[in-house]
Ligand binder design. Structure first.
Ligand code: ADP
Ligand code: MG
Length: 654
């Protein structure tokens, strides 16, 4: 594709005059049909890398991206630019999804955003065949690597898309990948002769600093007082987020200054809070890492980490949200002397011994009253605190044991989000027709479900819209919920009511304890990778080298130069400045002393004096000038300098 044409599209749809570094290279590679992995820091402008080619090529560009909120946002932006885009995610009903798919196949849709979970969906796959796909873009591609810090199992399914679309080029995007993770991404996405384009991870307008302190509150206040503008304060726990936001309000006497954000808040509440902060109605956001991807606020002046994160990847991502507008900004990590020991303890808890995991497995099934051989596809609203208490386990241990059981395919702990109700038929289609449903209402509901949600026989839960079922069947939403519950009690459907609490799905029937298999190999590797990752952040925090260089090396840039603006560089400069000035004054004194000593022996010409010194002549002449000005030496009629004895009789005033 001609460069002129790319520039024309850039101006027409985006109104930008030029490309940012590396954008053009990636776009040209993509347009030439090459599989490409683009590694560029947050804010570098990765969306354009697939959006511009997608707009330029014929057909529809499929974009896999992990967060629904992010998807909607991108779709809105594209539409605002006059580009037809849509999103396919689990929040849509079957019918809404159908419309989107139709549009992708037969309409003029240019961008189809899909959640990774969707990729595995049979309907989606079969519909894919009727689409003219121009490009497959995988955003946040590091999520595909089990060794990445943010692994998402659903991402592994993307590889299957590659098989369905062998001719379609793939563009993988990430802001964070160590060389090992980058390699893993390419392997999973089968980018056999793919090219890797990597821009530097240096952020010249971002000053990194680590503050070791036993008074984090005090340090935090100093940052808040010294740096104007919007900021984010990252903390580890929800509780700290709430407390710290309140504390800031009390300290500053301004309750409108800060607000908190974490995953325990409902979706709507989170949106409101994010909006208040983005618009500037609140200056500070105190947040857990739930506040992250998708923040598009350019003028964030600082990001403070109140607690040390688990990896340098996470740190760089979060800190990198400051200064996207290119203006001077600050990334401050607060650490305390016990951070390391606490992190190590936490880390050990994250990997309970395999025996303990099996214990948790047993306890869980007992807790739910499920016997051996039962429980497949069951699901429960799950209060982990209650479970842990009854099982006499630390909540953290229980959580981590479940996490590992999940990695081994036994169960899935859903997040605490707004879950739409989900159903699937627990009996086959033929069986269903054989079952005589005595109550006509239930029969009616079943028929409505079949009509509305053709996919409910598939081996997965599908989200349903109770209002839609209600209007289709003529019952109230309340009644529909009751009926669904009854069908569930009759074991005809598997039904998870809409909720905001976490749901635990049991993926496999209960096994006898001895048969529960936790792969020791993957357990070991995972533990080792996590340990290395944790070490990465401590290398950064405890290091004595330029912070930016540490980060760049970590991401595989060997030839990084000192940034000159991080705390280490500034301290070095200060020290060398001090050293230089004290060294210089010492030297000046020495030269003066020696001149006086020489002249005490007898008068000398300037040339003779300068000839006695090895240092640059201007230092000597400057010393002579000073001595003359102080009246300590003067020139005689013969042009020679002589020492003027002062009243003390001493040759100098030391
Ligand atoms: P990333 O995904 O790499 O974090 P985004 O794609 O969200 O970054 O882009 C960050 C910001 O940069 C957006 O506001 C985007 O509009 C802007 N941007 C991207 N490319 C350009 C460009 N060539 N000229 C001007 N602004 C750009
Ligand atoms: Mg992005």
């Amino acid at each position: 594709m001609q460069r002129d044409r790319l520039y024309a599209i850039l101006r027409k749809y985006w109104g930008y005059e030029s490309f940012r570094p590396l954008q053009l290279e990636v776009i040209e590679a993509v347009c030439a049909g090459r599989d490409t992995l683009a590694l560029m820091p947050t804010g570098a402008g990765k969306s354009l890398l697939y959006q511009l080619p997608g707009a330029a090529m014929t057909g529809v560009c499929i974009v896999v991206t992990p967060l629904i909120a992010l998807m909607k946002d991108q779709v809105d932006r594209l539409r605002a630019r006059g580009i037809n885009a849509a999103a396919l995610h689990s929040g849509l009903t079957m019918r809404q999804a159908d419309i989107v798919l139709d549009n992708a196949s037969w309409g003029d849709l240019k961008f189809l955003y899909v959640a990774p979970e969707r990729v595995a969906n049979a309907t989606f796959r079969s519909r894919l065949r009727t689409m003219n796909v121009s490009l497959l873009a995988v955003d946040e591609a590091h999520c595909i690597s089990q060794w990445g810090y943010d692994f998402r199992p659903a991402y592994l399914r993307i590889a299957e898309l590659r098989e369905l679309l062998p001719e379609v080029p793939v563009l993988a995007l990430t802001a964070t990948a160590t060389p090992a993770v980058a390699e893993d991404v390419m392997r999973h996405l089968k980018m056999t002769d793919g090219c890797v384009l990597r821009s530097t991870f240096a952020r010249p307008n971002l000053s990194f600093a680590v503050r070791r302190t036993e008074d984090k509150y005090g340090q935090l206040l100093r940052v808040l007082n010294n740096v104007a503008g919007a900021g984010v304060i990252y903390v580890r726990t929800r509780e700290t987020a709430e407390k710290l936001a309140q504390w800031i309000g009390e300290q500053t006497g301004d309750s409108q200054l800060a607000e908190f954000y974490h995953g325990g808040l409902g979706h709507a509440e989170r949106t409101i809070r994010q909006e208040r902060w983005t618009s500037g109605a609140r200056r500070l956001m105190v947040a857990t890492n739930a506040f992250g991807m998708g923040i598009d606020k350019a003028d964030v002046r600082f990001v403070v980490h109140y607690d040390i994160p688990d990896s340098l990847e996470a740190y760089y991502q979060e800190a990198g949200r400051a200064g996207r507008d290119g203006r001077r900004s600050y990334a401050v990590l607060l650490t305390a002397s016990d951070d390391r020991s606490r992190a190590v303890r936490r880390f050990e808890n994250e990997f309970p011994p395999i025996e303990k995991i099996k214990e948790c497995y047993e306890a869980l099934f007992n807790y739910f009253g499920i016997g051996i051989g039962d429980g497949k596809f069951a699901s429960f609203d799950f209060n982990i605190h209650d479970f842990a208490k009854r099982a006499r386990m630390y909540t953290g241990t229980a959580y981590n044991a479940i996490r590992i059981l999940q990695q081994n395919g036994y169960m899935t702990l859903g997040g605490e989000t707004d879950n739409p109700p989900r159903i699937m038929f627990a009996v086959g289609r033929d069986e269903l027709y054989k079952i005589r449903i005595e109550r006509e209402e239930l029969d009616h509901i079943i028929r409505t479900l079949l009509r509305l949600y053709a996919g409910v026989f598939h081996d997965r839960l599908v989200p349903v819209d109770v209002r839609e079922i209600a209007s289709m069947s003529g019952y109230t939403a309340e009644r529909v919920r009751e009926f669904l519950k009854q069908l569930w009690q009759m074991r005809i459907i598997r039904y998870i009511p809409g909720s905001r609490s976490p749901v635990l799905f049991i993926d496999e029937e209960r096994l006898p304890s001895d048969d529960v298999f936790i792969s020791p190999e993957s357990y070991r590797i995972r533990k080792q990778m996590d340990a290395e990752r944790l070490e990465g952040i401590f290398v950064y925090a405890e290091g004595t080298g330029c912070r930016s260089v540490v980060i760049q090396r970590y991401f595989g840039e060997e030839d990084a130069a000192d940034c000159g603006t991080c705390d280490v560089c500034l301290e070095r400069r200060r020290m060398s400045g001090l050293a230089a000035s004290s060294e210089a004054s010492q030297m000046r004194d020495d030269v003066e002393h020696q001149i006086v000593a020489m002249l005490c022996e007898g008068p000398m010409t300037v040339k003779q004096i300068v000839g006695k010194f090895l240092c640059p002549p201007e230092l000597v002449t400057a010393a002579l000038d000073r001595l003359t000005a102080a009246g300590k030496i003067s020139a005689g009629g013969d042009g020679k300098l002589k020492y003027m004895r002062v009243s003390s009789g001493l040759p100098d005033d030391s």
